[in-house]
Design a protein around this ligand. Structure first.
Ligand SMILES: C[S@@+](CC[C@H](N)C(=O)[O-])C[C@H]1O[C@@H](n2cnc3c(N)ncnc32)[C@H](O)[C@@H]1O
Length: 428
């Protein structure tokens, strides 16, 4: 397929996402199934245009002064490729499968709306209702913080120290252009996709099948190590999901002690069994029945709450979720977070630690939750988060945003990771 056919396909998929209110990954998959003639390079290129259009929806709509799927696909392509209207029209010429080229009226509109003159909210690439949330959380940096969530993400991996070393995995993946992560000590990274390329399918590599590494964002790796799960500990991962944090803590604990991996939704836990097996984790037990935990109240050295949240910190990877998120869902997540914190905290032993994690960049889900919990639970005290960070990442204090009391914030803009918040609270 030529560029015209790829743009036409991207427009069709964006229409489907819009009309049927469905996740981008599903719409792309369906398109692939009904267009089997398209090769893997075409699919990757189409996927890039769709994801770029969702990441840069406001900028693309601004330069075209139009929110239609065609304007979003064209606009995002112009921005990402650094093309102007004339260059794009030249690339579409004599391509029977191409959409209508950019008209002279559209070209005039594009010329009259340069991005450097766009309002802050457009450059921030976030839904209008989220602008005050970013402003509150990030002050003067809010546009840069929100805009960084519209960049293409890298592919991050955590080396499983139970089975391999960073050198060994880097060697096994040498052809992929992998390099050591800047902050996470067991991290490896393949940079963001360039142009119309794609990330290698690292999960098809024998090294992955052998359990030498997991695909895990560097921010997720960092918050897992900030829990300070250590050999011999009794740990409760209260919102374990597919086990990303449990697997990382299991390796940090050198397969000793015990991790109870609990989740209120049984089906969310389902992938953990294969993952544990592949990674060789023998100190993790999946628990789906809350009653099985009851007898362990007040017994755990460490309780980790990787709470359900808006996921705003992951918008680089799931840009469609950004436009689906509604104010009501934020309120629901906040209510769940306070309820889960209250429940989970009962399992911390005196002298033990509660670690609160979200992949959100909003104060409503982070500082506000920590503050409210501490007010309601005077037997818990925050650890010194600056000292905690320094222990793990000496000399890197300028990277994260650290509030000694409320916790540590990671973001694409500051740490080149997904957005995360981490707070550790100790029980008297
Ligand atoms: C952010 S995800 C967890 C991700 C996981 N820890 C990882 O690293 O892969 C949040 C999880 O919380 C679970 N959850 C939601 N409400 C809960 C509750 N009341 N109690 C325990 N888990 C809950 C969800 O099912 C979801 O799997």
């Amino acid at each position: 397929m030529r560029l015209g056919g790829r743009l036409a396909a991207a427009i069709e998929i964006l229409e489907d996402i819009d009309r049927r209110y469905r996740p981008a990954a599903e719409a792309l998959k369906d398109w692939g199934l009904s267009h089997r003639f398209a090769g893997s390079k075409d699919r990757a290129a189409i996927g890039n245009i769709v994801y770029d259009a969702l990441r840069r929806k406001r900028s693309a709509a601004w330069i075209f002064q139009d929110e239609s799927p065609r304007a979003l696909a064209f606009g995002a392509f112009l921005i990402e490729a650094g093309f102007d209207a004339e260059m794009l029209n030249a690339a579409l010429a004599e391509d029977n499968f191409a959409p209508q080229p950019i008209s002279s009226e559209e070209a005039a509109r594009i010329a009259a709306h340069p991005l450097d003159q766009a309002p802050d909210g457009v450059r921030a690439e976030c839904p209008e209702w989220c602008e005050p949330l970013f402003q509150r959380a990030w002050g003067d940096d809010w546009v840069a913080e929100a805009a960084a969530l519209a960049e293409r993400p890298p592919l991050d991996m955590r080396v499983n120290m139970l089975k391999a070393t960073r050198e060994k995995v880097a060697k096994a993946l040498a052809r992929t252009g992998v390099h050591e992560s800047e902050l996470a000590p067991q991290g490896l990274r393949i940079g963001p996709i360039e142009g119309q390329g794609r990330h290698p399918n690292v999960q098809a590599e024998p090294a992955f099948q052998k359990g030498w590494f997991e695909v895990q964002d560097e921010g997720s790796q960092l918050v897992a190590s900030l829990t300070e799960a250590a050999p011999g500990m009794q740990v409760l991962d209260y919102c374990a999901g597919a086990g990303g944090k449990s697997l990382a803590m299991s390796a940090a604990m050198e397969n000793t002690g015990q991790i109870q991996a609990f989740d209120a939704e049984k089906q969310r836990l389902a992938p953990i069994f294969d993952r544990l097996k592949r990674a060789g984790c023998r100190n993790v037990q999946a628990v789906a029945n809350p009653e099985a935990l009851a007898m362990h109240e007040g017994k755990f050295d460490l309780v980790v709450v990787d709470a359900p949240c808006t996921g705003a910190g992951t918008w680089r990877r799931r840009p469609d979720a950004k436009w689906r998120l509604a104010e009501k869902q934020l309120e629901q997540r906040q209510a769940e977070q306070s309820e889960i914190l209250a429940r989970a905290s009962r399992f911390v032993r005196p002298g033990g630690r509660l670690a609160y994690i979200t992949c959100s960049v909003f104060a409503e889900e982070n500082d506000d939750q920590v503050r409210a919990f501490l007010e309601a639970n005077p037997d818990f005290q925050p650890v010194d988060h600056a000292a905690l960070w320094e222990r793990h990442l000496p000399g890197q204090a300028a990277k994260a945003r650290i509030d000694t009391t409320m916790g540590i914030a990671l973001s694409p803009n500051r740490t080149a990771t997904d957005g995360f918040h981490f707070a550790a609270l100790e029980r008297n």
